[in-house]
Design a protein around this ligand. Structure first.
Ligand SMILES: NCc1[nH]cc(CCC(=O)O)c1CC(=O)O
Length: 313
């Protein structure tokens, strides 16, 4: 078994490479003698940089090429930010491991201001995340939200060039890239409910590859896994792609899981919130029942509006 070389399909952004290296290091530490190599790839999501993701097919654009490489046997595993992993997997592939979650919160990043509340009237905030846009606009309807795509480094350069008064990024991404000094304010979940899976790294592989699945099991974190399963169950039940602002965030309090969810309109004028508390064994059930409550409380209409194009995405 240890004469095998495990190949990780990875995008080449600094964040993707950090995550792939992290999994490589952890696998080699857990399985002395195991060889782990990176197979760097370019995805469509890396090529289409000028259009909001919600309009060009969503975050799945970042994973398709990696999945094809696994199905064709050119790679054994793919490492993903859980936030970017779509609900469905191609036949034969699945998510088998979720590593310990890093900071799940959003970061307020600015060269001039300390917080959203400190921004002047009409300030320009950069984000292409409808979830962040919705929550920012609900709090401060006067803000002008402008699209912001590209790698974390590119986004920071655009801020530094003066294109924006502030931008919102994930704390976890900034930490991984050793850029925590750019964070002015970690936005608590009450201010910006995080995205499904934010801050967690997941690993996908072929479901018939038992040898790899066994090797990956050592990296699974049960607490993270239960939290992310609750968040993803909510998202799946909502059938919400990334065209709809959705936040879903679970924490453990002892053995109890506290799951909070949000569905909003992109302009922040509508916002439906709900929560569940229950035993960790009910993670998925809680996600589904919270989604159903949100749907009954108005999320159904919001989702329908967005998909019929009545809502300014
Ligand atoms: N959308 C891109 C993306 N995917 C994952 C992260 C951050 C790391 C994570 O959430 O695990 C980021 C950057 C960001 O949102 O600032």
């Amino acid at each position: 078994m240890l004469d095998k070389i495990l190949r990780i399909a990875t995008r080449q952004s600094p964040l993707a490479l950090w995550q792939a290296h992290y999994v490589q290091q952890r696998l080699m530490a857990c399985h002395p003698g195991l060889n782990v190599e990176l197979v760097p790839m370019v995805t469509r999501g890396d090529v289409i940089l000028d259009t909001p993701l919600a309009k060009v097919g969503g975050k799945g654009l970042f994973v398709k090429e990696l999945e094809l490489a696994m199905l064709e046997g050119r790679a054994d595993i793919a490492v993903h930010s859980m936030k970017d992993v779509p609900v469905d997997f191609p036949e034969g592939l699945g998510l088998v491991t979720i590593c310990e979650r890093d900071d799940p919160l959003d970061a307020f990043v600015s060269n001039h201001y300390d917080s959203v509340d400190a921004l002047p009237q009409g300030a320009i905030v950069g984000t292409s995340s409808l979830r962040r846009q919705c929550q920012l606009s609900a709090r401060r309807p006067d803000l002008v939200i402008r699209s912001l795509r590209g790698n974390v480094g590119t986004r920071l350069s655009k801020l530094d060039a003066g294109d924006y008064d502030a931008i919102i990024l994930a704390v976890a991404g900034l930490k991984r890239l050793a850029l925590t000094d750019r964070i002015r304010h970690a936005m608590p979940a009450e201010e910006s409910l995080p995205a499904v899976g934010q801050g967690a790294v997941g690993i996908e592989c072929r479901l018939d590859d038992q040898q790899t699945i066994t090797l990956l099991a050592a990296l699974n974190d049960d607490d993270t896994s239960v939290r992310v399963r609750a968040e993803r169950a909510m998202n799946t039940r909502l059938e919400g792609g990334c065209q709809v602002p959705i936040g879903s965030y679970a924490v453990l309090e002892g053995d109890d899981l506290w799951l909070r969810g949000l569905v909003g309109s992109p302009d922040g004028k509508q916002m439906i919130r709900g929560e569940r508390r229950g035993p960790r064994a009910d993670a998925e059930k809680m996600g589904i029942s919270l989604a159903e409550e949100l749907l009954d409380n108005g999320a159904r209409e919001i989702l329908a509006d967005v998909y019929q194009g009545n809502s300014p995405v």
